[in-house]
Ligand binder design. Sequence first.
Ligand code: NDP
Ligand code: OXD
Length: 308
Amino acid sequence: MKITFCCTGTQARPWLQGLAAALPQADISLWQPGAPQADHAVVWKPPQQFIDEQPRLKTLFNLGAGVDALLRLRLPPAALVVRLDDAGMAVQMAEYVCHAVIGHLREFDAYAGQMRAGRWADLRAPRRRADLPVGVMGLGVLGQRVAGALAQFEFPVNGWSRSRKTAMDGVRSFSGADGFDAFLAASRVLVNLLPLTPDTVDIMNRKTLARLQPGAYVINVARGAHLVDEDLLALIDSGHIAGATLDVFRSEPLPADHAFWRHPRITVTPHISARTLRQESIAQIAHKITTLEQGGAVTGMVDQARGY
Ligand code: NDP
Ligand code: OXD
């Protein structure tokens, strides 16, 4: 069995060593133009040339949860696409989002400013959790973990997904296009964990963000193209939105002259909310390759028509 590795922006050697240790029977190599045909590929943002030269691939293992970049390519029609499911990302995402929501609730930025100015106690009136209902858009592998963690901290939690979720403790489920306005109107903090698809591109725009409760807070940890940047800025200027924590951007790295960098109400992080963890990812991919080779079924199969 041949496995090829083609991951843009990734240091290949430790991955190749790890995969070789986990799958000693396989022939694993870094893809080069003109390389021989492989059975399976481990990829992250591969060039179209890679796909065109590997028409007999049985499986493409995406080295991340989001498959938007991969699905933009013309893929071999018979190839399965498998995303990373969790592999240590869900707990990181829960940490990141809870940190941002709790930081907003407790006004830690304001207190940090006071401390830097050497001021002990400008005590602010405590905010009530009940006044900060959090809406999580996307209740998949990551969104469910995030919604569950927020519910543990006793925030009122709303969740929005395509299909209705009935079995999530402490999470009020909204679904489909019909449920979107009610979901937004019920939320003051908005957390985005949707996949980027034709249905979700630009979903956070002037019209939808204006439906959030006044003094809203926006946390985008999915993809930059979900958010219309200038609409967020306009709604912060108007006072409807209090601020935002953004981990993902239309253009990454975020251009040096982008208004988000210096905005006092926006916190920027460089796409780190849930890092791909090497050991966990290799173990998951190796297990799935072995299972597929034995004719078994695996989780994390992407529905290419649906886009996630
Ligand atoms: P999943 O595919 O497991 O879940 C997607 C969720 O979105 C599902 O609940 C799905 O609904 C819902 N959904 C999809 N389309 C729509 C729609 N049109 N309307 C309403 N709901 C919709 O994704 P993950 O939880 O694993 O990951 C989410 C995204 O997070 C990834 O696609 C990626 O872009 C991003 N990500 C970002 C990282 C970072 O470091 N910033 C790291 C990892 C991922 P249903 O349940 O009904 O199918
Ligand atoms: C992912 C990501 O999709 O890192 O996994 O953004």
